[in-house]
Design a protein around this ligand. Structure first.
Ligand SMILES: NC(=O)c1ccc[n+]([C@@H]2O[C@H](COP(=O)([O-])OP(=O)(O)OC[C@H]3O[C@@H](n4cnc5c(N)ncnc54)[C@H](O)[C@@H]3O)[C@@H](O)[C@H]2O)c1
Ligand SMILES: N[C@@H](CCO)C(=O)O
Length: 353
């Protein structure tokens, strides 16, 4: 039986949900996936940090109502956050990075990933910053250190768009994509269509765990811009930076815009897209678009996301599923760990052959 020791960096909605899954499903994973997860360290800006080489009880971590600096009360705990020590020194096989996304330079999460990879630890992350801004360098660092850098949850939470496109559409010749890539803004537009005002709809999205720490990133399109960069670089072989992608969000849409669209049999959606141009260059954009109800993206509601991949050999292939949510995103982390486990198993099989 394989046990992966994991260290959680950030203990907010997503990593708490992963701890919940561990508490509820480790036995099932042992049976069905061939491994179990053991939390050996946690570090959080608000709660402090803790290392326990034998493992922390996931249920205790979730149920304890820790105040600021609360990890200081635990054996091996410290009221201060100490990401660098935790990442470099904890006896972890995998660092689970789920701190705030910084859309400007990806820090400090880029450094968290770098410290982990340099010390021979795998990284799984749902943080869009390091992936959009430094994926190439981090992937190279992972390869140089014989470990993996996995980030399925950075786009469409647990819906497997990155791995699905890479593994099962290889050779289909992707030409571009367009999609609804932000759960919060899609949820907000739907709630406004039902008559709720913008601010209350954003508040609901925050309560449901969909929104970024600063929801401006959701409603101004910055979050979608990062996702367009991630998909374009990963799937279209581009080398885009966030500032290369034109970006407009939904905050300029009024209740009357939304009402008028509905009366005319259409719906506003925030669409992120990218295309390979005839000269081989790849461009990307984020903008609200008024779509007829017969458009495939018009019926995608709530925090659901969808991306339509335009391929040479198959035409459009559309992937749809949850785009945000705590458990949904924690599942993406599990799927990354499954990928690491499978890669390890196939490496062992190759050595034995
Ligand atoms: N919630 C979702 O639906 C979702 C989906 C996909 C991706 N993501 C991404 O996953 C990450 C985590 O999301 P979340 O919903 O858990 O966010 P959250 O705001 O609930 O939690 C983030 C946690 O990280 C901690 N933190 C922030 N900076 C830190 C630092 N420098 N060191 C240590 N801890 C730090 C905060 O104290 C907080 O507890 C974000 O980057 C987000 O963009 C979230
Ligand atoms: N805030 C993001 C989380 C998923 O990346 C959203 O609403 O889509």
């Amino acid at each position: 039986m394989t046990v992966y020791n994991i260290a959680l960096i950030g203990f907010g909605g997503v990593n708490r949900a992963l701890a919940e899954l561990i508490a509820a499903k480790n036995q099932l994973w042992e049976r069905d996936l061939g491994f179990r997860l053991n939390i050996v360290a946690v570090s959080d800006l608000y709660l402090g940090s803790v290392i326990s080489p034998n493992g922390l009880d996931a249920m205790t971590l979730i149920e304890a109502k820790f105040e600021k600096g609360g990890f200081g009360q635990l054996s091996g705990g410290n009221a201060e956050t100490d990401n660098e020590t935790i990442i470099k020194m904890a006896p972890a096989d995998i660092i689970v990075e789920a701190t705030f996304t910084n859309p400007k330079d990806g820090e400090p999460a880029v450094s968290h990933c770098r410290w982990a990879l340099e010390t021979g630890k795998h990284v799984v992350t749902t943080n869009k910053g390091p992936v959009a801004i430094a994926a190439q360098a981090l992937k190279a660092l992972a390869t140089a250190n014989g470990v993996r850098f996995e980030y399925e949850g950075a786009v469409m939470s647990g819906t497997p768009v990155i791995r699905m496109a890479e593994n099962t559409l290889a050779g289909a010749e992707l030409k571009g994509f367009e999609g609804i890539l932000n759960g919060t803004s899609n949820f907000v537009l739907g709630r406004m269509e039902s008559g709720l005002d913008f601010a209350s709809a954003v508040k609901e999205a925050q309560e449901l765990g969909y929104a970024e720490a600063d929801p401006t990133a959701d409603v101004e399109g910055f979050d979608v811009r990062l996702k367009v960069v991630i998909l374009a670089n990963e799937l279209l072989g581009a080398n885009l930076k966030p500032e290369d992608v034109t970006c407009k969000g939904i905050s300029g849409l009024s209740a009357s815009d939304i009402e008028q669209a509905a009366k005319a049999g259409s719906r506003w959606k925030l669409v992120g897209s990218s295309v390979r141009n005839d000269d081989g260059s790849v461009t990307g954009s984020v903008a609200p678009r008024r779509l007829g109800l017969d458009h495939p993206l018009a019926g995608v509601n709530g925090a659901t996301n969808a991306v339509s991949l335009d391929t040479e050999l198959l035409g459009a292939v559309t992937i749809t599923g949850p785009g945000a949510g705590r458990i949904e995103t924690a599942y993406a982390l599990l799927s990354d760990i499954v990928a690491i486990h499978s890669a390890g198993a196939s490496a062992i099989a190759k050595e034995a052959a």
